[in-house]
Design a protein around this ligand. Structure first.
Ligand SMILES: [Fe+2]
Length: 467
């Protein structure tokens, strides 16, 4: 959510001492950090970060089927801004549903990484899996510094991290629905950021990705853009204090490597991938469609990266192809940051609904996942505002199943109290994340866990769809 006014109260507290140039404590001069994985078709991208102080001229990953015999290697590329280098190596032509071991090779003054492993995506014929889904998280380093926490959502970022680590063995990959580190909220609090050493914005982005490494080095961490990924701050008045370039998703585009190229989409902003029995399509609810909430002329002034129709044309084409091969891959699931339906009126993105919902309905999308509203909400299956409200709604549903999971913990805290909308089936203000288990061509199970009481189940539904 946007936090527009609060910052005005905090501006006098911003001190120039925050804007030093040293490195974040978690980016080392002599080792790869922030190791992260993301799917590509028949393969995996291995990404990591090194300090720009380091001499790391190459990006090489050694890999193989045995931890003691990493007999293959692949080279990649590096992008650079600010105080960090961002390395990406694409491992292509891998065998489905297979465990690979890998190690980042030494380069210049940077040493090797440890050895890690991952499992490649299964084919549809072996397509059961579990994906862990969350949104609106927040760096663990900013959340404890909040001066006036408003409920448990402000302080549960660390609890979420612990809970996700416990789920590591029971998840096949992670899916983050935007608003990741909340680094742009640093100005909301008058803190001593000296422990971050360099600019708090970059330091908090680094911190978030460093804390992800135990998860993201062994499971793909798929992520999509939220409004907190657009620029250094949401308030133009302090633009001059932001390191450059930190506008128009620049840090988000460098710090992750989603399969935009491979799916005909655009970088990390809109893309798709197959996993087992599911085709996942990711949309950018911030820019690049008519009246987009973070687009040109808005306070965030992001996009258009191509035009305000290119994403919609891509989505139409992507879902058309997916719908034509449902005999092979029956489920189609779409994710975007902002909800189309919500009991939080300010969180509803009407422009998103206008732009995207007709395409999702046309190609019979099964589920739409979002964040942005800082709670968990399940909507009765719905299309064009019409919904079926009964206990059996999720067996052969007559609309798209909308789920909002924006409760991982964040410095803006929980959603304000709202009365449930007529189409709302369940709301929880607790810190939470969900797991979607695809059991078969026709059955799935959705379970939501309280992150502060491990394994306590907040919501659970069985979904049966004839594809
Ligand atoms: Fe958001």
């Amino acid at each position: 959510m946007n936090m527009i006014i609060l910052v005005l109260l905090s501006l006098p507290l911003i001190v120039s001492g925050l804007f030093g140039t040293s490195l974040s404590v978690c980016v080392k001069d002599n080792q790869p950090t922030q190791i992260r994985l993301a799917f590509i078709p028949n393969g995996m991208t291995v990404s990591w970060t090194t300090s720009s102080n380091a001499n790391s001229p190459t990006s090489v990953v050694k890999y193989g089927l045995s931890k003691t015999n990493l007999n293959k290697q692949a080279s990649g590329y590096v992008t650079t801004y600010g105080t960090s280098n961002f390395h990406n190596v694409l491992l292509k032509g891998l065998t489905p549903n297979t465990i690979y071991y890998y190690q980042i090779a030494a380069s210049g003054t940077v040493g090797t990484s440890g050895k890690y492993s991952f499992k490649t995506a299964p084919e549809p014929s072996n397509g059961q899996f579990t994906v862990t889904i969350l949104g609106d998280w927040g760096s663990t380093q900013i959340v404890p510094l909040i001066k006036t926490p408003k409920g448990p959502m402000c302080t549960c970022s660390g609890d979420t991290l612990k809970a996700l680590k416990k789920k590591l063995s029971s998840t096949d990959f992670f899916w983050h629905l935007g608003d990741a580190a909340y680094a742009d909220d640093f100005y909301l609090n008058n803190h001593d950021f000296s422990s971050l050493l360099h600019h708090p914005y970059e330091g908090l982005l680094d911190n978030f990705q460093c804390t992800l490494q135990p998860l993201s080095s062994t499971k793909s961490y798929m992520i999509l853009p939220g409004n907190h990924e657009v620029k250094c701050n949401e308030i133009p008045i302090i633009d001059d204090h932001c390191p450059k370039p930190t506008t128009n998703f620049s840090t988000f585009l460098d710090r992750y490597r989603m399969p935009g190229i491979e799916s005909g989409g655009f970088s990390n902003l809109w893309y798709s991938f197959d996993y087992g029995l599911v085709h996942f399509a990711i949309i950018n609810t911030e820019t690049d469609f008519p009246s987009s909430p973070s687009g040109p002329g808005t306070s965030l002034d992001g996009g258009n990266f191509i035009s305000n129709t290119a994403q919609l044309k891509w989505l139409e084409n992507d879902l058309k192809k997916a719908n034509n091969r449902r005999a092979q891959i029956p489920w189609i699931i779409v994710g975007g940051h902002r909800p189309f339906y919500s009991s939080s009126p300010d969180s509803i993105c009407e422009a998103c609904k206008t732009a995207f919902e007709p395409i999702l309905i046309k190609y019979k999308v099964d589920m739409y996942f979002s964040g942005h509203a800082h709670w968990y909400e399940r909507i009765y299956p719905i299309k064009n505002g019409k919904f079926n409200k009964n206990s059996n709604s999720y067996t052969h549903p007559t609309g798209i199943i909308h789920l909002t999971t924006g409760a991982a913990g964040n410095p803006e805290c929980s959603e304000s109290q709202h009365s449930p909308a007529s189409y709302s089936a369940n709301i929880s203000y607790q810190c939470s994340f969900g797991q979607l288990r695809i059991n078969s061509r026709t059955n799935a199970k959705w379970t939501v866990f309280d992150t502060t009481a491990s394994n306590k189940i907040i919501d659970e539904i069985n979904i049966n769809i004839k594809h």
